[in-house]
Design a protein around this ligand. Structure first.
Ligand code: C5P
Length: 286
């Protein structure tokens, strides 16, 4: 038996832009991504036998190939011919599910990184990201982590200078979102405004946290159905009133976040947001 535990951090979108629909049905993206300390733990154990067995602390998650963590293991075996006997994947989920924070993709990336180490496969991050791309559009970013520009389907990753360290308050409203549905809505209602991605990159190069924070922008916010958009606006307004340098929605939502320079401000905002929202977290950028 051999075992390894890998941390799978959540991501936020400092910016999210959709440039158009592609011939393959996906959308051309331009996003500045950031890892945060809210993370799942992924434990991989190999032993005698065969197959992949997955379990998690959340009973409603699929445990077969529909779970991206299992899909990543199967894809790695297919691509490399790696042998491991029986693989057990245990997910300790802390990242909210279907929240716009790439929890499933990050678990998949952790499986790829973990198996690479456990089995001594010697694959580079770029090679792991290449396998991850076949599992999901956000997996390559999750393999790399940190502050990065993601383009193409989301799989073309360019590392950026790290966001200056700060505190992040995350608030997840209770309403569900469907990523394919939101992309389809975007096709019928072209967004009027786009993020200043170049400005964010310039601010990152200058180590200018307020300059990044005030440019946080996500095109999906504008196309959310009326009521959901209202909830997102309300949470963002509260984060900003409590001193956030900037606030926005992550991915296709519904999680909303605000950046704070000081821990006390973050804590005060976290407490206040709990009045509006059940799921609230105070975390650090990585
Ligand atoms: O790649 P992934 O399986 O994570 O994508 C989930 C869904 O999100 C796709 O089926 C597609 O509807 C949508 N998507 C898209 N364009 C992207 C990424 C995702 O339209 N760049």
């Amino acid at each position: 038996m051999a075992s390894i535990t890998v941390t799978a951090p959540a991501k936020l979108n400092l910016t999210l832009d959709v440039l158009g629909r592609r011939e393959d049905g996906y959308h051309e993206m331009k996003m500045v991504m950031q890892s945060v300390s809210l993370a799942d733990q992924v434990t991989l154990t190999t032993g005698p036998g065969e197959g992949v067995e997955l379990s998690s602390n959340l009973g409603f998650l699929p445990v077969d190939g529909r779970n991206l963590a299992a899909a990543a293991a199967l894809r790695l075996r297919e691509e490399t011919g790696a042998e491991w006997g029986k693989l057990t994947i245990e997910l300790q989920k802390r990242i909210p599910v279907c929240a716009g924070m790439a929890g499933g993709s990050s678990d998949a990336a952790a499986v790829l990184r973990g198996l690479n180490e456990l089995l001594g496969l010697g694959l580079s991050s770029t090679e792991l990201a290449g396998i991850g791309e076949k599992v999901g559009s956000d997996v390559p970013y999750c393999v790399m982590g940190g502050t990065a520009l993601a383009q193409g389907r989301g799989e073309e990753i360019t590392p950026l200078p790290s966001l200056p360290g700060c505190w992040v308050v995350l608030a997840k409203p209770g309403f569900p979102v469907s990523t394919p549905e939101l992309f389809a809505l975007l096709d019928s209602r072209r967004p009027r405004c786009h993020p200043d991605t170049a400005g964010v990159i310039r601010a990152l190069e200058e180590g200018d946290l307020p300059g990044v924070a005030r440019r946080i922008f996500n095109v999906f916010e504008e196309i959310l159905p009326f009521r959901k958009r209202g909830q997102v606006e309300e949470l963002k307004g509260e984060l900003l009133r409590r001193g956030a340098l900037g606030a926005g929605m992550s991915g296709t939502g519904p999680t909303v976040f605000g950046l704070y320079e000081r821990e006390e401000e973050g804590r005060a905002a976290e407490e206040e947001l709990r009045r509006l929202c059940r799921e609230v977290y105070l975390v650090r950028t990585l």
